[in-house]
Design a protein around this ligand. Sequence first.
Ligand code: ZN
Length: 462
Amino acid sequence: MYNKNYMENDKNLKITFCSGAGTVTGANFLLEGNGKKFLIDCGLIQGEKFVDDLNWTKFSYDASTIDILFITHGHIDHIGRIPKLISEGFNGKIVSTVPTKDITEVMLADTAHLLSRDVENELDKIYTPENIKKALDNWETLEYGQKLNVDHGFQFSYKDAGHILGSGMLEIIYNHKKIVFTGDLGNSPSPLLPDTEEIKDADYMIMESCYGDRNHEHRDERKKKLEEIIRENYSHQGTLIIPTFSLERTQELLYEINSLVENKIIPQMPIFLDSPLSIKLTDIYLKYDKYFNKKARDIIATGDKLFDFPGLRETPETEDSKAILHTPSPKIIIAGSGMSNGGRILHHEKNYLPNKNDTILLTGYQSVGTLGRLISDGANKVHIMGEEVHIKANVAKISGYSGHKDSDHLVEFVENTAQTLKKVFVVMGEPKSAMFLAQKLRDNLGVKAFTPTAGEIVEIEC
Ligand SMILES: [Zn+2]
C-alpha cells in the first residue's frame, strides 16, 4: 500500500487518501506530481466523539513541503486540522472561495476555544490565535469559475457544490486531464443555495458518499411538517426546542420560519436564536447573499430580510440565554449543538424535556453515542451534565433537511460525466455506504469505481 514511491510515467499524478477514506469525516487528500504537492482539505476526524484521538498523530507527509492547501468548504471535518498543519511547518498558501474564508475564521475560532483546553495532547500549543492568524494571512480566495494557474502546468478552479454557503468542487486541469475533488455535494434544490453545478468532462473524480447507500425522505413535506409542529406546540402553550447545526441548517430553518411568520401561517411568538456561533455565521450569510439562489435573491430584492422576522431574538450573551427560561410559553428556542453533544441546547433540554407540553424537534442525523441519538431512539431518561432527566416532552423529527445528496442523486451526478470518466474514487462515507455507491456506479453507469482505504496511494494516468 505504501510502496509506490516511483511513478510509471513522470507525467502521472499520485493521490494519497491520507484520511477521509472509509469514513465520513477527516477529509485530507494529497495530490502530487511534476514536482508539486497539493493538499485538498485538512479536516478533523470526528466519530462518536467531537474529535477522535487519531487527529493528533503526525501527518503522513512533511507539512513544510506542501505548496498549496485547497479547501472545499467550511465544515470542521474539512478545515479543523489547519492549525495542526501550520504547527507541523506548513508554510504554503491556502485557497478557497470567498465565503469559505470567512466561515473558516469563525469555525476555527470556535473549535480552538474548545480544543485548546486539551493540554494533555498539547492542543493548547496548536489551536492558538497565532496559528489561526497565520492561516488566514496566507489565504487567497477565488470566485466560482475563476482560474488559478500554478507553475508546472496546473490550473485550479471551483464549481458550486450547493452544499453550504461557499462550498466548492475543486477542478484541476493538468496535461489536458480534468480531476475533480467534489468535497461534499449539496442536497439540491436547497432553500437558499443554487443547485450543484454539473460536471460533464471529468477524467478522474474523488467523490463523497455520506448517503451512498440511502435515499432521503421527500423534502416537499418538511416545511409543512415544521408548520404543524410549531402550531401544535403553540396550541399546548409549550416550548419548542430545536437542537441544530450552526452552519447552513440554522439559516435554512430561519429562512423557512421567516416565511411562515411573515405570511401569517403561524402565530407570532418569541423565537430565540440562542447560539453565538449561529449568530456569527448568519451574519456571514447576510454578507454574501449574492451567492444565494434566484428565489432567495428575489425575496431579498423585495426588501425582506431573510433571517429577521417579528418575534426573533438573538441571545449572544450568557445572561440573555439564561433569561429565556423566564419568558412565558409558547416560545421556540433554536440552539446548538445539532446532536446535543455540547452547547447551550443542553441547558434547555434539562429544563424542558421533563414537561409533557414541550417538544424537542430533531432536524438532522444523530450519530450513535450522542445524546441526540438517545432522545431520537425514544429513551425515557437520559443524563445531562451529571443529572438524570426524565423525558416526557414530545419528540418530533423532520429528516428532509440533509445537506448531502442521497444515493440516487449521487449516481445522477456522476452520470453526467460517465462518458469521460476513467476512474472514480468513492470516499467520505462509511465503508458500507462507499462500497454500495461504488457498486451502483459500476452496475448502473459502467464506470470504474474504487473505494480506497485510509493511507492508500493511487497513481492516475495523465
Ligand atoms: Zn460538509
